[in-house]
Design a binder for this molecule. Structure first.
Ligand code: GLU
Length: 468
């Protein structure tokens, strides 16, 4: 059997972080088995579905590098097929037309409420002769659900979950306007798409009982299920807007790498011993549905940042340059030219061990592209005392005499100077950092000077030297 999984988002907003994890689990499971990972856009709710949301979801999946197989399927486009299956169910005697009016159903519910009975459709048209149908009423079509016995979900995460069939009423399959209901559409689509494993949020668990009843009515083999507990906020409460950053796009904008998000989302609800850093290749090799945890997992932003710092260190220089470029260009409000890109590329190794996000990297790299004279932050300005400025002027003269412009040669000059002046290296290096970067934190300052080049370095020192 070829494993077929699917991700089936409703396009009513961005790609939610929980949706990203569901997509990842489906993708990993398919990859692990050499199977297929399909994408279905559940756009039957016409009022709430938007093209912008579809685009945002596709963008989010692409950014996470979760490629799906084949074309994305639109659920709405399949509505005729859904209706056709309902006709088949009618023919098989597994469904029936219900002519009860809204008013009648309302009265039925009022009576149930008064008697403190569960509110359920009472099956009034289940066995009634269609010849009794009132004229001019478009019926809904309902499932003739079993009234005895039980429906059992054998779930890879939740174990065996059962319900007495007597507790479920005859659900609507086709509305009076001929449109299919969501529960029906999902089953028909999963069946037609050959889905073998449904991995989704456990908020869908109760839907599964009804979906199983549809499979049984059609004589179709149901897929295997894994209902994944939801993600909670750091405080343990259900994830909501007040926790901020709900969409995958927000994490991209905060400067997280896609591999960080894959690793983080994987660990959020799935484990392999005590492994924390799990590459995508390892994840594919190890992933199994049975290792998904049963309790809700909590978001932990510091942990996510530490993981990101790791993946930034691991990232190859050219790729990291490409990834950080949009952040820098946005801050600058212009594109970098070829020379500036080269400058950035050369500076990347110095930044890698120091930053946790691409935003921090972009912030830190801005001094490379700053126009002279640099704007100094307060701490940097504080470093540039009159004595420090005088030191820098002496240093600049010695730098100017260097025949070889390398970090090692520059460091040699500064060490000699500090020794002669009886100063600690930091006393000389910090003002130099302030002059070259406008800040008190940066990659190693001699590397910075090497990367900036001789004339730019001397000019930046000149801007703050003792003559000014
Ligand atoms: N469209 C549903 C949602 O976005 C998912 C349905 C399913 O996975 O079966 O929550």
């Amino acid at each position: 059997m070829t494993v077929v999984t699917r991700f089936a988002p409703s396009p009513t907003g961005f790609l939610h972080i929980g949706g990203g994890r569901t997509a990842l689990f489906n993708w990993l499971f398919a990859k692990h088995h050499g199977g297929k990972f399909l994408l279905r856009i559940e756009d039957t709710d016409r009022a709430r579905s938007t093209q912008a949301a579809v685009d945002a979801i596709l963008d989010g999946l692409k950014w996470l590098e979760l490629e799906w197989d084949g074309e994305a399927v639109s659920q709405f486009a399949r509505k005729d097929r859904h209706a056709e299956v309902v006709r088949q169910m009618l023919e098989r005697g597994q469904a029936y037309r219900c002519y009860a009016t809204p008013e009648e159903l309302e009265a039925m519910r009022e009576e149930q409420k008064a008697k403190k009975l569960p509110l359920r459709y009472d099956g009034r048209w289940r066995d009634r002769d269609p010849s009794e149908a009132p004229a001019g009423v478009n019926p809904v079509i309902r499932l003739k659900a079993p009234q005895t016995g039980e429906t059992v979900i054998r779930d890879h995460v939740q174990g065996e979950v059962r319900v007495q069939n007597a507790e479920l009423d005859d659900m609507i399959l086709l509305r009076s306007d001929g449109t299919p209901t969501y529960l029906l559409a999902v089953v028909v689509d999963d069946y037609d798409m050959g889905v073998t494993h449904v991995v989704r949020g456990d908020d869908h668990l109760t839907n599964t009982f009804r979906q199983l009843q549809i499979y049984h009515a059609m004589g179709w083999t149901p897929p295997e299920y894994a209902h994944v507990p939801l993600i909670h906020g750091p405080d343990g409460a259900k994830l909501s807007k007040r926790h901020g950053a709900l969409g995958i796009d927000a994490y991209r904008d905060m400067g997280f790498l896609p591999e960080t998000m894959r690793n983080y989302l994987l660990r959020l609800g799935w484990g392999h011993g005590d492994a924390e850093i799990i590459s995508t290749e390892q994840a594919i090799a190890w992933f199994s549905l049975d290792a998904i945890g049963r309790s809700p997992s909590r978001l932990d932003f510091p942990k996510m940042e530490n993981l990101n710092a790791h993946y930034i260190r691991e990232c190859e220089d050219t790729r990291l340059t490409t990834l950080v470029l949009p952040f820098i260009e946005k801050k600058l409000g212009r594109a970098l030219d070829g020379g500036e890109r080269d400058l950035l590329h050369r500076a990347i190794p110095g930044f890698k061990p120091r930053v946790k996000t691409l935003v921090e990297l972009a912030d830190g790299a801005m001094f490379l592209f700053a126009k002279r004279p640099l704007t100094l932050d307060d701490k940097a300005a504080g470093q540039l005392t009159p004595e420090a400025r005088a030191q820098l002027t002496v240093l600049a003269a010695r730098f100017g005499a260097l025949s070889e412009w390398t970090a090692a040669a520059l460091e040699g000059v500064v060490r000699d100077y500090a020794e002669q002046a009886g100063l600690k290296l930091g006393k000389v290096a910090q003002p130099l950092r302030a002059a070259l970067t406008g800040s008190t934190v940066s990659p190693p300052i001699f590397e910075v000077a090497e990367i900036l080049g001789k004339s730019e370095t001397l000019a930046r020192i000149g801007d703050v030297g003792s003559a000014n």
